[in-house]
Design a protein around this ligand. Structure first.
Ligand code: HEC
Length: 88
């Protein structure tokens, strides 16, 4: 029984890790940019502020927040996030 539990746990963990690794675009931003607006402004507010993908990507890169450092350098991901939000 214990062995089965360990196996199930292992599979769940692998699945969880791969979904994080595969997450691209807006999924990577949602953790912080959520509807509660904490720690960062959510989707609706971002869309009010940025009307084009270029402006959005620039906004992300210009952000002074250290929390943004992890995503700033990843152009592909910023582009994918903009596309996920429906920006062109
Ligand atoms: C670890 C948390 C975190 C993650 C992950 C994150 N952000 Fe941010 N982001 C912030 C914080 C904090 C700010 C500055 C405070 C604010 O604007 O609400 C910010 C600011 C921004 C801004 C500027 C907003 C403005 O008002 O000028 C943009 C655009 C942005 N983020 C886009 C993104 C995108 C796109 C992603 C995913 C690729 C992302 N962020 C991922 C925390 C995060």
């Amino acid at each position: 029984m214990k062995r089965i539990m360990a196996l199930v746990l292992a599979i769940v963990m692998i699945a969880a890790f791969s979904s994080v690794a595969m997450a691209a675009g807006w999924e990577k931003c949602q953790g912080c940019h959520n509807d509660a607006g904490k720690p960062a402004i959510g989707k609706a507010k971002l869309l009010e502020k940025f009307k084009t993908a270029d402006a959005f990507i620039k906004g992300a890169k210009d952000s002074k927040s250290p929390m943004m450092n992890a995503v700033k350098g990843n152009d592909e991901n910023l582009k994918a996030a903009a596309a996920d939000l429906g920006l062109k």
